[in-house]
Design a protein. Sequence first.
Length: 461
Amino acid sequence: MSAVHRERRAELARRLRAAGGGLAIVSTAPEAMRSRDSEYPFRPDSHFHHLTGFDEPEATLVLRADGHCELFCRDKHPEQEVWTGVRLGPEAARDALGVDAASSIAQLDQRLPELLNQQPAVWTVFGTRGTLDEQLDGWLAAVREQSHFGHAPPVSHRDLAAMLDEMRLFKAADELALMRRAAAISAAAHVRAMRFCAARFRAEPAGELAEYEIEAELLHEFRRQGAAGPAYPSIVAAGANACVLHHSAGPTRLRAGELCLIDAGCEFDGYASDITRTFPASGRYSAPQRELYDIVVAAQDAAVAVTRPGERHREAHHAAVRVLAQGMLDTGLLSHDRHGTLDDIIERASYRQFYMHGTGHWLGRDVHDTGDYLSRDEAPFEQPDYLGGRVVKHPSRKLEPGMVVTLEPGLYVRPAEGVPERYWHIGIRIEDDAVVTPTGCELISRGVPVRADEIEALMRG
Ligand code: GLY
Ligand code: MN
Ligand code: MN
């Protein structure tokens, strides 16, 4: 509720003017029922929160290209407030949120036809599955009903998503401070989980630990340090479960000698973190685990090296794939006889048997944050797809300072003919969060070590 939100709204108004003007309408997320009369914890819509910092449900922001902005929010309600907490209310909202006017959400149907009158365009975020489209239809009809008084509705309905996505892709200093904090808390949670496993297996070398017990350590650290909770369902994968990419922490038991893969990150003040580590349950990697682990570390190093301004986002993936594919040849996961040269393996994507996901994504308010991955100003080109057809696509976008990406290579070995048995059921991923700086990148999630020796030392300590 501050100067930053006012500045973001002013920036959005500038962009609306540059695009021909109009009226932008952004609503917060709907409340969702979990069971009967119990709700899921409310999380405001990311775009709405970015523009207002307001976290109550039932709120809508309206912004005109000339910079005028109005907020609609819930009325004060003394009885309800006894149950669900204090509401800001329209009267206090104007000053608290720095908007030009604030009214009851109940005024929306009366006020919106007035605001839409004579506007060249109306802008909303398309495809959010909310009720705004239906409401908008009613407001537009209401404007048209007044046409005999010279009122006229906008003649175009435009998608606001690209404009907001692009603004959110570049993080300002205040946002980076929150992201560093989120990453530091998550790193501490990973350290806590590693130490917890090490202590348990030291005390009971033949013991077992359920994935959910390890998850509890993560949640404890997130909340202890003031995070809202996990930014996405925590993945805690014991042994072979690591080969299921989105396995959720469940009742499977982790045993000495197995690896534990944790992909978990907290959300702090609206911003996500996203960290993965894969560590040995009892503190020491076996020889085959260590061989594959070191390949993934080297792949991540290669991705880090090309995460700098001017490099394309996809370069990190290409760099990681090259190291991983070479590692697959070195370990016999793939063979020259069956799969050809390193370049053949890359061109035919044979590495996808063991590495089937991308190497990173934008990170911000959403764990898979907003922002185009392609450079649409550059000419498209054609390339083969994995199914034997051809696809036309634009080049990957170049990185710029202020963007935040994850770097998350992995190797996942399911049993199969020709795959050396010593590697079966090993799943490894390493994931860090990188802020693109003017000269390279800053890894903000390294409060938890990555290198095998450092993880073993931590678990011994
Ligand atoms: N944790 C989800 C992801 O790594 O993309
Ligand atoms: Mn990720
Ligand atoms: Mn992740």
